[in-house]
Design a protein around this ligand. Structure first.
Ligand code: GDP
Ligand code: MN
Length: 377
């Protein structure tokens, strides 16, 4: 889960990382008032979860509260890469001498946090990694030992900072590392970390991603995740299904994570694009299957349904009854491809065929059919 910049800045502050004074505003009036309190010269910044905000015109410097209000009016009306701006950060403007990059990511290939640092901050780090990889320092942290003084010395030297800045780098890196660990982060990034004209360091932008699997340990974030779910995600969660929204037009229902992944791969290889996938899990009875099928039948992006079930503890006759019941109650008809194999397969097939639903034997053939149908809609 991505945090907003202001949420990250609040965390920075809590972990002793210096940030400029800032306030959150959601109207031009609030922004102007905040600018007044912050001394007049401020930066007005769109709060969105997508990147490239500055380039899109979502970060503007103002010299007075009136100008902050004008910027706020313009930025609040914007949509940045499809995301509407509903909130702003108004922050004290900083006189910047240099922009640096400092981040920690969870590097799954080494199973440890990896510190990234670059003297060329402010720019897109992925871009820098492509064009000037030698300008990025990567130094791993052994998780059982934690951050050590040599990490700090190495980072300070690579950032081309004078020796008297080491203490501050130490404070910032230690804070960022603690923040990263204690908040179960996948990424905690300061870009840019700026050197002010008077020499001090300041974090002026935050990017933080928290591991979704850890949200149960962070009730405030879990509550926000709940608020941001769309109604299909919320309903799937309520019914206890694993469910993921995607961009295509084929609704996919399977049982078990392995078969679900294999089905997704097959659909993609054949040129189809799933609208979502829903895993009914093991041993689902007719009522649960009915819930799953009804949910995807009501989903506007799922133009056709592909149901791929391998019965083990899941009984095919129960699945079939669930499908038939859902279809009986559905408002709109949709193309549907069903592949059903395993426990009580004959009974399941009989129930479906009695209701005019043809069952396909092989997964590849079924996937091909689904992709073809999806092309026609
Ligand atoms: P991003 O585009 O979403 O990464 O937004 P940032 O907050 O990182 O701002 C983008 C750029 O705007 C920074 O790299 C700076 O060059 C500039 N900027 C942001 N805040 C200030 C500020 O207080 N003073 C000055 N001079 N420039 C700023
Ligand atoms: Mn930035």
């Amino acid at each position: 889960m991505k945090l907003y910049e202001y949420e990250g800045m609040e965390l920075f502050r809590r972990y002793g990382i210096p940030v400029p004074g800032f306030e959150v505003a959601s109207s031009p009036e609030e922004a102007a008032e905040a600018a007044g309190r912050l001394g007049g010269r401020v930066v007005v910044k769109a709060q969105v979860l997508v990147g490239g905000r500055g380039k899109a015109g979502g970060v503007k410097i103002a010299d007075s509260p009136e100008e902050a209000g004008e910027h706020a009016r313009r930025i609040l009306g914007m949509s940045i890469r499809g995301e509407r701006v509903e909130r702003l950060v108004v922050a004290e403007a900083v006189d910047i001498a240099r922009e640096l990059y400092l981040g920690i990511i969870l590097d799954r290939s080494i199973g440890a946090p990896l510190i990234l640092a670059s003297p060329e901050g402010g720019v897109d780090i992925e871009e820098l990694a492509r064009t000037k990889p030698e300008r990025i320092l990567k130094t791993p942290v052994e998780p059982f030992l934690g951050l050590k003084p040599y990490h700090i010395r190495r980072v300070a030297r690579f950032l081309e900072l004078p020796p008297d800045a080491q203490k501050q780098v130490g404070q910032i890196l230690s804070g960022l590392y603690r923040l990263f660990i204690e908040n179960d982060c996948e990424l905690a990034e300061i870009n840019p970390l700026v050197v002010k004209k008077d020499g001090g360091l300041l974090a002026i932008d935050s990017k933080i991603i928290v591991d979704d699997n850890s949200l149960y340990r962070h009730p405030e974030l879990q509550e926000r995740a709940g608020r941001e779910m769309n109604k299909y995600e919320a309903e799937a969660r309520r019914l206890g299904f694993s469910y993921v929204e995607l961009d295509g037009n084929i609704g996919v229902i399977c049982n078990g994570a392995g078969l679900t992944m294999a089905t997704m791969d097959t659909v993609l290889v054949l040129g189809g694009r799933p609208a979502n996938f829903l895993d009914i899990g093991g041993g689902a009875r007719a009522d649960r299957v009915e819930g799953a099928v009804s949910l995807l039948l009501s989903h506007p992006k799922a133009k056709i349904l592909f149901i791929n079930i391998l019965g083990g503890i899941t009984r095919c006759d129960e699945v079939a009854r669930g499908i038939v019941n859902a279809l009986g109650k559905a408002e709109a008809k949709k193309g549907m491809v069903v592949r059903l194999k395993g426990t009580n397969e004959e009974e399941g097939r009989r129930i479906l065929e009695e209701n005019g639903i043809h069952v396909v034997d092989e997964m590849d053939e079924a996937a091909r059919k689904a992709v073809e149908l999806a092309r026609e809609v």
